[in-house]
Write a protein that binds this ligand. Structure first.
Ligand code: CA2
Length: 148
């Protein structure tokens, strides 16, 4: 199943409009366009979901079962708090990559703990928007796509 779901958590809809020194100047739409264009070269479809609500993110992970071969997730602040999102990722057993724009270990202590890290396949962080592109590249390879 060569389809990827990209999930973005709370406040990431504000990307490109505030705090550019931390999160850069590109919008979520820019990221989506770049990811969709790149995956499209390999005939892989990418769907995007953003929500500020924990339960909606849990629902989107549950609904991904039997539809997506890979999940790329930036759960934003829920990374550091959500047992529910962790349990959903663990339950669906879809390979997944946790993404962060910033390096969470260079930031406040409360951001150093990720509830998701133990249940995802891998993690990419600290590369700005390129964290998403690196995760996409890895997901494509893991899905068996031949990158020439
Ligand atoms: O570095 C990341 O990608 C984070 O997941 C971003 C979260 C933060 O809570 C995590 O610790 C690390 C915050 C996303 C908020 O995004 C904004 C974007 C523009 C303006 C304000 C917030």
């Amino acid at each position: 199943m060569k389809k990827i779901l990209v999930i973005n958590g709370p406040n990431l809809n504000l990307l490109g409009t505030r705090e550019p020194e931390i999160y850069g100047s590109e919008t979520l739409k820019d990221i989506e366009n770049r990811m969709r264009n790149y995956a499209g070269k390999f005939n892989v479809e990418v769907d995007f979901f953003q929500s500020n609500h924990e339960g909606e993110i849990v629902d989107s992970i549950q609904a991904a079962r039997d539809k997506y071969g890979f999940i790329i997730i930036n759960a934003a602040a829920y990374t550091h708090t959500s047992v529910a999102i962790r349990d959903a990722l663990s339950a669906v057993e879809i390979p997944s990559i946790e993404v962060h724009i910033s390096n969470i270990y260079k930031r406040e202590h409360f951001r150093h703990k990720s509830y998701l890290s133990p249940v995802v396949t891998g993690e990419v962080m600290g590369l700005g928007i390129e964290s998403y592109m690196a995760a996409l590249f890895a997901a494509l390879i893991k899905m068996g796509v031949e990158i020439e």
